[in-house]
Design a protein around this ligand. Structure first.
Ligand code: AMP
Ligand code: MG
Length: 418
């Protein structure tokens, strides 16, 4: 199952910088390794486990890019129209057998193989048909409107490297070279718990002093977006024996267990200590905001991630810490999220030495630049700020004062959740 070394996540320091946390994950987490073969139609969103190599050229033959006439460039008058005898007709999928002789043209349609002897194609619109002949203008380049065999894909070339999550275009290129069975990594199976005596399932009641569980739904949603097989394991009370029994039971059945809440050092925070008792646990205090505490560990061969309870902190730490761990286990090679430079539509102060994320919406300003607008209320528990946002602005450790108009890194949710 999961390939984690024993002291995989050990760290004894005070506040761990995000990059150091990501480096530890990168160094120590190996893909699950187990693969399966799926058909093209089942491969969307799966992680490719073996390079896709082309067994043939695409296109397989020189062909016409337009409807028109195939000609020999050598026959064309350099400064006048040329009249050519039309000696045949060829459509896609129906190659002609006749050789294109001197002074001849062949009527050709898009995708049809270039007749032997021809090297250039005129677009129909540029030609004048004259009975069994055609008049073509001067001034065309040799090879115009021809697509060469192998100009898209060359036989023997790598078309998609292992580790890529397969999108529609990767399925299309595999199909274009005749690949119908794809070797992918087995989907990661991930079990998700919420924790807390105050946390209630939204399908039931929430007595006085209680709240409905938001985290299980954000976390399961993000896992599904990442292509994991998710099991909803419900809500655990703040009670040692119940947590111990549930985690011990679930560990053998999943590659990864994720909890939220109960990982601080409060008296009612049992999750971390239970994991430590059942396996091993490394409690990281990250130099980040929101979401300082995050627990990583393992129970047997199952990886464990304990996210903070506050709903925004749970989502942000999932996206910036748990996601890279999950993608590496899943065999992905493109773990770093995409980031784009946008203008800050606000000013901000932050603590130096800490990585911070602000929830923003993108707008265009008068000159067409993308500007990040910040949500007014943005505590670690304010999930409506995530709903209003398109993504996160990431401020690096060295930033202390951010002036309005400065270029900042923007990480769209659409890229973070795939
Ligand atoms: P904890 O980390 O358990 O101390 O929780 C921190 C805060 O997050 C508390 O206010 C909890 O009530 C809240 N919280 C914990 N779990 C959830 C959850 N599943 N959904 C919504 N809020 C939660
Ligand atoms: Mg709690």
């Amino acid at each position: 199952m999961v390939q984690l070394s024993d002291d995989c996540f050990a760290f004894g320091g005070p506040l761990l910088p995000l990059n150091e946390a990501l480096r530890r994950i990168a160094d120590r987490v190996q893909p699950i390794g187990e693969t399966e073969q799926v058909s093209l139609r089942e491969a969307l969103g799966r992680v490719l486990a073996a390079d896709l190599v082309a067994g043939r050229n695409v296109p397989p033959h020189n062909n016409s890019a337009v409807d028109g006439y195939a000609v020999r460039y050598a026959d064309l008058n350099p400064d006048d129209n040329t009249s050519l005898a039309v000696t045949g007709r060829t459509a896609a999928g129906h190659p002609v057998s006749n050789f294109l002789g001197e002074g001849e043209a062949i009527r050709i349609f898009t995708g049809a193989s270039m007749p032997e002897g021809s090297d250039t194609v005129y677009m129909e619109e540029d030609c004048v048909a004259e009975g069994n002949a055609v008049s073509v203008p001067h001034g065309i380049d040799r090879g115009s409107n021809c697509r060469e065999a192998g100009e898209d894909v060359t036989a023997g070339s790598l078309i998609v490297p292992a580790g890529r999550r397969l999108r529609a275009q990767e399925l299309g290129i595999a199909a274009s070279v005749g690949i119908t069975l794809i070797t992918v990594y087995r989907r990661l199976s991930v079990g998700v718990f919420s924790t807390g005596d105050e946390v209630c399932d939204p399908a039931g009641d929430a007595p006085s002093g209680c709240i409905f569980d938001a985290n299980r739904f954000t976390i399961m949603g993000m896992l599904e977006e990442l292509g994991c097989k998710v099991t909803d394991l419900g809500i655990l009370p703040d009670e040692w024996s119940a947590i111990e029994a549930a985690l011990a039971d679930a560990a053998g059945e999943h590659d990864v267990l994720i909890t939220s809440g109960g990982v601080s050092l409060g008296e009612e925070d049992h999750v971390g200590r239970v994991v430590e008792h059942l396996g091993s646990l490394y409690f990281w205090r990250l130099a980040i905001k929101p979401g300082r505490p995050i627990a990583l560990g393992q129970i047997g061969t199952t990886a464990f991630v304990g996210l903070p309870g506050n709903p925004v902190a749970a989502m942000v730490t999932f996206l910036r810490v748990a996601r890279p761990l999950l993608l590496r286990l899943a065999g992905r090679c493109d773990v770093e999220p995409a980031r784009y430079s946008v203008r800050a539509g606000f000013s901000a102060c932050k603590k130096e030495g800490r990585r911070e994320w602000l929830r923003v919406r993108l707008e265009r300003n008068g000159t067409g630049d993308a500007v990040a607008r910040r949500f007014a209320v943005d505590g670690a528990g304010v999930l409506s700020s995530m709903v209003a946002a398109d993504g996160l602005v990431e401020l690096s450790e060295d930033v202390r004062i951010l002036e309005e108009g400065t270029m900042v890194d923007y990480l769209p949710f659409s890229d973070l959740m795939r």
